[in-house]
Design a protein around this ligand. Structure first.
Ligand code: EPZ
Length: 425
């Protein structure tokens, strides 16, 4: 079992350019399936979920390589399959966003309910409802979890539709965009997710020859059925990784500079950190943070972009546990407070009542053995370990490697004392 050992107590100081965005790269890899040739994605993080997506693309007949500089080349000209193995689907949530591209390219698809971090039920009903509106015939087998889909149009095509998403689901928006780009005629999507990763996907598809209007808003007008070709795109820096490290610096104290990200994508976090007493200076692609006084009590509610991101909720719990405390309301996932019990083992005082958590003011945690139970919860425990007295051991740190290319490398570069240990299973 992989573990991370952290010796807490020091402040963080230094500069760091963050990895490419996991949640931008995964849908971009799915978009490459729409091109009968070579697509190049740069600044790809070498993380578990990317490796898993590469395996699935290769299983489907694509050629996929990732070099040491983060440059990924996907040749989907050799795509032959339309079915994804159950064991591959269960490794991560993002496998489900291949449903739209496979339907678009092959006219059919066979997948299974996806896996992913256990942070809620995470159904795919919104994905399937949207795809049905483009003319997909979809059958689900609740017992095996198998989902089979076929395009009902002539020669397996999809047709343009007016789709209103009842909730701005990121994945369902991405699958709806894929279907609309391939469908014959115009499509009008409303209620779309506005996450920067969705906008990045739409910009990439336009670079491939699609015609998407309204990018970055909740309403998209898409002219489908246009011929698509390859392109070379560069993934933006990972805003969640950047936010994790800013929160870690606010918790441990010190001063850091994060670069390689679009700072405007982190506005909800930076304004919250300033409210708590952090000193921040921002440029379009850099953020400087100084924390040299006790962080104040804050209250926050997570929500779809541009609200405070649910993916930073767990790291924020760690910060609040060693400072003025406060209140957190989680509105996106049903069970994303599992890390609270691990933080409490370290001396925090987090009380969870349904979708709300109350964090008592705290000053110092004590290092001990804790267990990661999901990707961002694991990052929160590393953050807590940086501030705790003594040694903290985070078990099941393979969860963290799913989304952070090398959290030990990054935080060590900022002065943190941590390393991998244990056997990486
Ligand atoms: C994406 O997941 C991200 N993952 C998540 O990041 C992120 O937390 C989430 O968006 C919200 O921002 C990737 O982009 C790979 P959703 P996704 O569909 O698409 C419910 C991380 O740590 N829902 O927006 O799965 C769902 O259960 C990960 O990097 C339905 O009910 O999120 C959830 O409560 C974790 N039916 C809410 O919507 C559906 O068909 C938001 O889910 C789809 C979703």
């Amino acid at each position: 079992m992989a573990e991370i050992e952290i010796f807490g107590g020091g402040t963080l100081r230094g500069e760091l350019s963050v990895q490419g965005s996991k949640n931008a790269v995964l849908p971009m890899m799915a978009a490459a399936v729409l091109n009968r040739g070579v697509t190049v994605i740069e600044h790809v993080p070498d993380i578990q979920d990317v490796r898993c997506m590469m395996e699935i693309l290769c299983f489907l007949g694509c050629q996929c390589t990732l070099d040491r500089n983060g440059r990924m080349t996907i040749d989907a000209g050799t795509l032959s399959g339309s079915c994804i193995r159950k064991e591959d689907m269960e490794k991560m949530r993002s496998s489900v966003i291949l449903l739209g591209p496979l339907l678009a390219r092959q006219g059919k698809a066979c997948i299974y309910y996806p896996g992913g971090c256990m942070i809620g039920k995470r159904p795919i009903d919104l994905h399937l409802k949207a795809l049905r509106q483009f003319g997909a015939i979809i059958e689900e087998d609740e017992t095996t979890g198998q989902v089979t889909a076929s395009a009902s149009g002539k020669d397996g095509s999809l047709s343009g539709a007016v789709v209103e998403l009842p909730y701005p689901s990121v994945g369902a928006t991405e699958n709806a965009v894929f279907a609309a780009v391939a469908a014959e005629g115009e499509s009008f999507l409303s209620g779309c997710a506005r996450e920067p990763e969705v906008a990045a996907l739409c910009h990439m598809l336009n670079r491939m020859g699609a015609r998407i209007f309204g990018i970055g808003t909740s309403r998209l007008r898409i002219t489908g059925g246009l011929p698509l070709h390859g392109c070379t795109v560069r993934a933006e820096g990972d805003r969640i990784a950047a936010g994790t490290y800013l929160i870690a610096a606010a918790a441990a104290g010190g001063e850091i500079e994060i670069s390689g990200i679009c700072s405007g994508e982190l506005s909800s976090l930076t304004s919250l950190l300033e409210e708590g007493g952090a000193v921040l200076y921002r440029e379009p692609r850099r953020i400087y943070l100084r924390q040299d006084r006790p962080f104040r009590r804050i209250c926050v509610k997570t929500g779809p972009y541009p609200d405070f991101p649910t993916d930073l909720q767990s790291p924020l719990l760690a910060l609040m546990s060693v400072s003025g405390g406060g209140l957190v309301e989680e509105t996106v996932f049903e069970s994303r407070f599992k890390t609270a019990q691990e933080l409490n083992k370290m001396g925090a005082s987090v009380t969870v009542l349904g979708q709300r958590a109350e964090i008592k003011e705290g000053r110092c945690l004590r290092g001990c053995r804790v267990r990661a139970c999901d990707l961002r919860g694991g990052a929160a425990l590393v953050t807590a370990g940086l501030t705790a007295e003594g040694r903290t051991l985070v078990e099941q740190s393979e969860y963290i490697s799913r989304g952070y290319e090398d959290i030990c490398r990054d935080l060590s570069r900022l002065g943190g004392k941590l390393r991998y240990c244990g056997t990486d299973t």
